[in-house]
Design a protein around this ligand. Sequence first.
Ligand SMILES: [Mg+2]
Length: 258
Amino acid sequence: MLESVRGFVFDLDGCVWNGNTLNPGARETLARLVAAGRTIAFLTNNSRATADDILERLHGLGVEVAAHAFTPLEIIGAVITQRFGPSRVLAIGAPEMAVVIARAGHALIDVKHYPRATVVAVGNDFDLTYERLTAASRAAAKGGRLVTPNVDPRLPIEGGDFLPGCGALVAAVAAAAGVTPVVVGKPEPPLFRMALARLGLTPGEAAMVGDSVPSDIRGARAVGMRTVLYAPEGPASSEADITIRSFADLAHLAGVPS
Ligand SMILES: [Mg+2]
């Protein structure tokens, strides 16, 4: 099935890399796919990085064939505009998220002035405090629309370990406020469609490779892509078209073995 796939879209955290370490065989398989004339792109739910940040990290790790990356930060400002118009946004997350929201024309609201916020954007916040959690929860409870890059509960890192993900933080705010967030990244369709458009492929010509059934597999399937679950240790999933154990498996199935 994968021999006829013209383009592959790869998830990053827990798939191509864990923390700052590429998973075994990833660099080699990605290079072979490109050498064989297949196109590749990277689609991450990272709430702290722009596409340029991601490409720089990939190049630094020796993935020189990386040319297309997509993150929720590319579109979060536009999604807020489409859904709610120009907004006053309380941004709880990385500075990079606040920058892209401001660049899209929204006004940023300081934590101390949270009642003025019409939108509450919650990304992964390595400097989270109880004050910020309180401001976000109260603003969302008072009618501020809750928007998040992703609802992934964990951020996988080296050694099989993890950090609490953006989804864990937004779940806390959503629970306290009694609201449901608008999700910008996977599994929602916009980033998948952007990646397909950039690669010039129809959904049926492309496969999504990722480690998350809720984000990668269900999201890609919903837009009509083929789906490959990367599960080096975990169980296979009947929701994915194929489950692979390694990047060598992927190279073999795609017809580009070493
Ligand atoms: Mg992942």
